[in-house]
Design a protein around this ligand. Sequence first.
Ligand code: FAD
Length: 479
Amino acid sequence: MTKSNPSPSPIHVIGGGLAGSEAAWQIARRGLPVVLHEMRPVRGTDAHKTDSLAELVCSNSFRSDDAENNAVGVIHAEMRLAGSLIMACADKNQVPAGGALAVDREGFARAVTDAIEAEPLIEIAREEITGLPPHDWDQTIIATGPLTAPGLAEAISAETGQDALAFFDAIAPIIYTESIDMSVCWFQSRYDKVGPGGTGKDYINCPMDKDQYDAFVDALIAGDTTGFKEWEGTPYFDGCLPIEIMAERGRETLRHGPMKPMGLTNAHKPDIKAYAVVQLRQDNALGTLYNMVGFQTKLKYGAQAEIFRLIPGLENAEFARLGGLHRNTYLNSPRLLDGTLQLKSRPGLRFAGQITGCEGYVESSAMGLLAGRFAAADRLGEALAPPPLTSAFGALLNHITGGHIESNDEPGKRSFQPMNVNFGLFPPLEPGAILRPEGGGRFRGKDKAKAKKQAMARRALTDFAAWLEEGPAIRQAAE
Ligand SMILES: Cc1cc2nc3c(=O)[nH]c(=O)nc-3n(C[C@H](O)[C@H](O)[C@H](O)COP(=O)(O)OP(=O)(O)OC[C@H]3O[C@@H](n4cnc5c(N)ncnc54)[C@H](O)[C@@H]3O)c2cc1C
């Protein structure tokens, strides 16, 4: 707070879930007033069951807490460094779960709610916001999550353009490029089409002969989808039918759909025409991730990994994320948001949490933390640089606001899909960053992959700590 502006008007945060609670907390840590608008219990959602802030709607796990080897563990560690309320409450309510951070869900949500209620700078308004915030709310964060109430969702859609807000998540798996066997696969665009910004070699192609195709179709049809929660009225748009449903519709359906071999010549065996081809498309600007084109699925995660590794060239594929299909309201953020999560068409209006196109409790909270800090910096007239790309925060933010490559070559489909944090989003390491084994030599195979992750994790935490150090001083909790 400055002398020229002794009592600034509050920053409004819409949605008291994981992201909104964290955003409000961060703003208060800068000494600024906040109004946190949460519609529950006035209006519920399909998934929430209580009126607590930061309710966990499904699993009670924040996933891996291993900050040395796992990107989720790294973002946990960064959040702790940044004074995250969500992480502090998770740590206090931990239950045993091996290497994962799992919580007593009621204790966790109660701890977040108690902390926010006890914070004098935060006012909680239990009300539904049914349209875009009025213009006199000059700093607002929308953190209404995957189940954003319809009135607000329609208003956002009207502001951003119809195709910029998705209501369904039909996710195809994403694979680490380095785990694809390029002695089997090859780079080529169908009919060598160059297209805008392309080279004619934009896709990775995995060939199948007839026997392999038949075995794959059988595996898809037999694949386990139990446990998939069918939301009322789950729409299967023709453009994003689950792959196993396509397989059920007829043996040849896939061969005439996403697995058609036309216009592709196997660079390793030019004389043999593939019976079917699975195409992978570059997913991030770094080229470290590729998604499986047209492979949205509701198969169980275990079944997906097993079945997709039947594809030639993907026998050892490592998945940055597996496929899924569920209700999810999220923006086409790479097009709409600037590097501080602000709507380009309306400065002062930010988005946070899952609605920005990140996926998961931890990622949503992390984007809430950043949105809160950016909004507070704006209110105080400060410039706050985004966290470095080498940190988990920076890598995820960059993916959402720019790192994803837009590839709208399929009519009616958006290429941007929600993303978990993973090492594939991090920039490559500088030469010499990977430590050598004791006794000299070089790591090989799995040991090399592990050493690489560890080097990325070390770099992330060092660079993130430096970013925090350069940033503004943050009030401690319970002052
Ligand atoms: C069914 C389901 C299961 C999921 N399971 C998992 C899981 O197991 N693990 C995982 O990591 N992630 C899971 N996710 C994904 C995601 O991480 C969580 O949904 C997470 O809670 C997102 O955080 P958020 O803060 O963005 O949204 P939320 O936590 O959903 O918070 C949004 C808040 O906004 C409120 N709100 C909505 N509209 C309005 C409005 N117009 N006015 C005022 N308030 C409003 C809601 O009541 C809610 O409290 C799941 C998602 C869904 C839909």
